[in-house]
Write a protein that binds this ligand. Structure first.
Ligand SMILES: *[C@@H]1O[C@H](CO)[C@@H](O)[C@H](O)[C@H]1NC(C)=O
Length: 117
């Protein structure tokens, strides 16, 4: 019984240490700075260990939401947006279940170039 408590405490301390040293990063699948409507983008939460418990969140002019809530598809620590709209413009970051957050990225989506003839 006592041994179990010690082990639990060790586990807790280790997880504290890990969360402060293993900063998660939000990484885009390209180094593009400009995004056009209709293209795709993948946002990944990169961590040294597995990225379990993390998700991509965003703040657009409309609302705060997370990947899968009407936009994006979450799988394998990444959020894939197949078709981005101007309305997807906003600030994106990774956030853990416990509320730890990565630094954020501003993603700006421009409309399609329209050719008038
Ligand atoms: C979301 O964006 C709005 C408008 O820019 C801002 O006022 C608000 O503080 C942001 N919320 C968070 C959690 O970043």
């Amino acid at each position: 019984m006592k041994m179990k408590m010690i082990l639990l405490r060790l586990l807790f301390l280790t997880s504290l240490l890990c969360s402060s040293t293993n900063q998660v990063r939000l990484v885009l699948d390209s180094s593009r700075s400009q995004f056009f409507e209709g293209t795709s983008v993948t946002l990944s939460c990169e961590e040294h260990d597995d990225s379990e418990g993390w998700t991509v969140r965003r703040n657009t002019t409309k609302r705060l939401s997370k990947c899968g809530e009407g936009w994006g598809k979450w799988s394998d620590s990444s959020c894939a947006i197949e078709f981005i709209f101007v309305q997807d413009t906003g600030v994106y970051w990774c956030e853990s279940r416990e509320g730890a957050a990565s630094s954020s990225i501003q993603l700006t989506v421009s409309g399609k170039i329209r050719l008038w003839s």
